[in-house]
Write a protein that binds this ligand. Structure first.
Ligand SMILES: C[S@@+](CC[C@H](N)C(=O)[O-])C[C@H]1O[C@@H](n2cnc3c(N)ncnc32)[C@H](O)[C@@H]1O
Ligand code: SF4
Length: 378
């Protein structure tokens, strides 16, 4: 079982916080699509003979592509890879791209999961983030998605936005829960260096929310989502039973995936590789048969650290049997020893044979994970 990620790097407008690889689209989607298909063709053996269970169009803005263009990509992938009948095919949608015809077209392509980038239901926040859409457009988009008959509907939200109060965040959650969404991701705003917000921060022009407010918003997120029947299966991801994102869960469970497109990452259990973060270079390398990616083989320590980093963020936590089997006694003893300290502080607990973060631990997950990393000389 494996997954395919396709990175569509185009955005019509750049959000103030975003560090994902994105560029303004030109009119020539076909050259880009040809490059994606060429990459798929030359890398069709990357995952061995594994069946493909999930396909994910992410970005950037995948909904910039027309239904026909998405259909060409999907059709080729289905020819090159063994895609399971029982699959999950997701597309990220920017609200301003959603129309009745577009959604009908996606349904006809058998895309069965959509993730709408709502981010906030407040026009003040959307302006602060420099989003293209308004709250009304967000609402219209969600309604169109349901009208087209999609059931597996997810949205993205951001909290901890400068100027966002606890009651603003409560409004965003309540407004989201008024729709029959089955999944949502809620990310605390990260101010990334090099972005507009990052530059404002450097100049001392950004009033970030303080730690107390961030913690209050995170607590509210946990309480409200639980009361509405959502399960926090990863620190930033919440789903109703049966509607967790299989594609993203597989990243966290170390399942292999191939990433196509500029800046996309791939993982096959033993190595990671990442494509060049530049569309022109990506296209020209593929055209001229030159290398378009870098890669690293993962030694046991790196695999251990990656496992800890991803598993600790999930509700399944660190599987002690898996650790003993894969990382042997040294890895197992290391985990037990580290966990002792965090358990004493009530930040971690043992659930059956798994070590998981408590709600208190989730609040400082980044600190716990970085302390858990096995140093390179061990
Ligand atoms: C890169 S976007 C792609 C999806 C789509 N283009 C959109 O904007 O809706 C994926 C998600 O990552 C989240 N995200 C990206 N950068 C972030 C940041 N600096 N802080 C918090 N969330 C972020 C946003 O919620 C966004 O919906
Ligand atoms: S958040 Fe989405 S729409 Fe905004 S710049 Fe990033 S990828 Fe583009």
């Amino acid at each position: 079982m494996a997954g395919i990620y396709i990175h569509i790097p185009f955005c019509r407008k750049f959000c103030n916080y975003c560090d994902f690889y994105h560029i303004i689209p030109d009119s020539d989607n076909q050259t880009f699509i040809n490059a994606i298909l060429k990459e798929a063709e030359i890398r069709q053996d990357y995952l061995g003979k594994e069946n493909i269970k999930t396909i994910y169009f992410g970005g950037g803005t995948p909904s910039i592509l027309s239904v026909k263009e998405l259909g060409i990509i999907l059709g080729s992938l289905k020819k090159l890879f063994k895609v399971d009948e029982d699959n999950e095919i997701t597309i990220e949608l920017n609200p301003d791209d959603v129309t009745t015809d577009y959604m009908k077209g996606l349904k006809d392509l058998n895309i069965n999961r959509v993730s709408v980038g709502i981010q906030s239901w407040s026009d003040k926040d959307l302006k602060m983030l420099n989003r293209r859409h308004s709250s009304i457009q967000g609402e219209t988009a969600i309604k169109e998605v349901f009208k087209a008959g999609f059931e597996n509907v997810a949205i993205d939200l951001i909290y901890g936005i400068p100027g966002m109060s606890l009651s603003n965040w409560e409004y965003n959650l309540d407004t989201s829960f008024a729709f029959d969404i089955k999944h949502f991701s809620a990310y605390h705003l990260t101010v990334e260096p090099g972005t507009v917000l990052g530059k404002m921060k450097e100049k001392g022009m950004l009033q970030e929310v303080d730690e107390e407010e961030s913690a209050a918003q995170f607590n509210m997120l946990i309480e409200k989502s639980e009361s509405k029947g959502f399960i926090q299966y990863e620190i930033s991801n919440f789903g109703k039973t049966g509607f967790f994102s299989s594609h993203n869960s597989n990243y966290w469970k170390q399942v292999s995936y191939i990433g196509l497109g500029p800046s996309a990452h791939s993982f096959n259990g033993y190595s990671r590789q990442w494509n060049v973060r530049n569309l022109k270079k990506y296209i020209s390398c593929l055209k001229n048969g030159k290398s378009f990616f870098e890669w690293e083989e993962l030694d046991l320590k790196t695999r251990f650290n990656e496992y800890i980093m991803t598993s600790l963020r999930t509700m399944w936590g660190i599987d002690l049997e898996f650790v003993e089997k894969t990382f042997e006694k040294e890895g197992y003893d290391y985990v037990i020893n580290m966990a002792g300290k965090f358990r004493n502080y009530g930040l971690m607990q043992i659930d059956k044979k798994n070590l998981v973060l408590t709600n208190q631990g989730k609040m400082i997950s980044d600190n716990i994970i970085s302390e858990f990393m096995m140093p390179s000389d061990k």
